[in-house]
Write a protein that binds this ligand. Structure first.
Ligand SMILES: [Zn+2]
Length: 55
């Protein structure tokens, strides 16, 4: 498994874990700032992975 894939998996798991456990996200039914940050990291990691896979 490449480091790009590792980073992508880590970002995905971190984001999913946050969405499961964050009280604020559940209370407001909208992503909290932490969730937005994690989603941005996740999207960046996914983009990096797609770019690496395309080479
Ligand atoms: Zn949250």
């Amino acid at each position: 498994m490449s480091s790009v894939t590792d980073a992508f998996e880590n970002a995905r798991l971190t984001y999913e874990q946050h969405m499961r456990t964050c009280r604020q996200c559940h209370a407001d039914a909208v992503p909290c700032p932490v969730a937005k940050h994690l989603l941005r990291v996740y999207n960046n990691a996914r983009r990096d992975q797609l770019r690496a896979a395309g080479q």
